[in-house]
Design a protein around this ligand. Structure first.
Ligand code: HEC
Length: 151
């Protein structure tokens, strides 16, 4: 009697400790980093969505692969900007990653897709920064694109 009561309270105690120990810590950390990104975006300072190095790689990928079917204006036109403004960066990344190149979807690495996206952002006047949001999934989901018309 004594022994089994002690055992079951030990089990309950360790289950409680596990749930306290595991779940909230991860969530707290994640929401902090997402909030930091969102705050940076709404503050309108130059949010480091990509690095200059990514954009350079992306220009090469675009020239070699995407340019077979696309002109730059396909990803800079007023229609394109209007369509994507206000939507998460993740949506555009996932569309490109899962459907492009049209002839062989998913054939590039995540880093190559991120780099190509970096180049597209650069073409749309979004500045490079010292660190990159891409290809971090959580961060990309938190960033809303803002592609205002040029000029
Ligand atoms: C073999 C031809 C082909 C290649 C190569 C190709 N695309 Fe496409 N792409 C298309 C077609 C066709 C569409 C239109 C699809 C539709 O509207 O259903 C499209 C649509 C898109 C769109 C959506 C445009 C919009 O208005 O929202 C983006 C972004 C895009 N492509 C990016 C890329 C990138 C980046 C690459 C290179 C990694 C690439 N594509 C390679 C044929 C291609």
């Amino acid at each position: 009697m004594m022994l089994s009561t002690t055992l079951s309270s030990m089990v309950i105690a360790s289950v409680l400790m596990l749930s306290v120990w595991n779940t909230p810590r991860v969530d707290v950390q994640r929401s902090i980093s997402v909030q930091a990104v969102v705050a940076a975006v709404t503050a309108k300072d130059s949010t480091p969505l990509y690095t200059e190095e990514q954009a350079t790689t992306g220009a090469a990928v675009f020239g070699k692969i995407c340019a077979e079917c696309h002109e730059k204006k396909d990803v800079t036109s007023a229609d394109f900007r209007a369509k994507w403004t206000g939507r998460p960066l993740w949506d555009l990344y996932e569309l490109v990653r899962t459907t492009m190149p049209d002839s062989n979807p998913g054939s590039l690495s995540r880093d190559e897709y991120a780099a190509t996206l970096a180049y597209i952002l650069k073409l749309n006047g979004i500045p490079a920064g010292p660190a990159a949001v891409m290809p971090d999934t959580t961060a990309m989901k938190a960033v809303k694109l803002d592609l205002p018309p040029p000029g």
